[in-house]
Design a protein around this ligand. Structure first.
Ligand SMILES: [Cu+2]
Length: 210
């Protein structure tokens, strides 16, 4: 499990050397690069993300920082994974109108790997998960341009894994707006209702005074 910042097309080689384990053949991992859809621009960077692999339920790397004009190519390895866009609020649920690679079954002896490429059009965070049963809940998530504070990738993954209580250190009731926004939605609604109730009382007593 390795990671690189701005590796260009050298990440696969870096990763391959890291993973010197027993994959039977030594196919050069760059061989599938011709299947990239619609080259967005000649100057954009294409980031390669390995999805799954032997004993791996992860996107590698699991985050990418990209510029408009760049692209991200998911390369699906063994098992049957997807790259499906979600939202920060619901990490393991397909986003309406978002992209979805669909399932990509890959056998253990595969020597070529299906790919799916998405274009990066802006720097808005893009949240991605694997829709295979249980994978997202085991942390198989990915992000493009995740913020370094607030809605971070770590918070996204924690939310995917159901760990919404792990706000770092701050006892509840403080004003940190980020990680608590979804799991408390019911509580938030109650809170809003009680505020509405209060203002109704307030308004009524105003009427009374008039
Ligand atoms: Cu998966």
């Amino acid at each position: 499990m390795v990671f690189a910042v701005n590796p260009g097309d050298q990440f696969a080689a870096f990763q391959a050397s890291a993973m010197s384990s027993g994959n039977s053949s030594t196919t050069p991992p760059t061989s599938t690069s011709t299947s990239v859809a619609s080259n967005p621009s000649s100057t954009g960077t294409n980031y390669r993300v390995i999805v799954g692999g032997t004993g791996v339920l992860a996107f590698q790397p699991d985050t990418v920082t990209a510029q408009p004009g760049d692209s991200v190519t998911f390369e699906f390895h063994v098992k049957n994974h997807t790259a499906t866009q979600s939202t920060f609020a619901s990490p393991c649920t397909s986003m309406s109108g978002g992209f979805d690679s669909g399932f990509n079954p890959v056998g253990t002896d595969a020597t070529t790997f299906p790919t799916y490429t998405v274009a990066v059009n802006n720097t808005t965070p893009v949240w991605v998960y694997c829709a295979q049963s249980g994978h997202c809940q085991q942390g198989m998530v990915f992000a493009i341009n995740a913020p370094s504070t607030g809605n971070t990738f770590d918070a996204f993954r924690a939310k995917a894994m159901g760990n919404t209580t792990s706000s770092s250190g701050s006892p509840s009731g403080t004003s940190s707006p980020s990680p608590s926004s979804t799991s408390n939605s019911a509580a938030g609604r109650v809170h809003i209702q009680s505020i509405a109730g209060l203002s109704a009382v307030f308004f009524t007593s105003l009427l009374f005074l008039l």
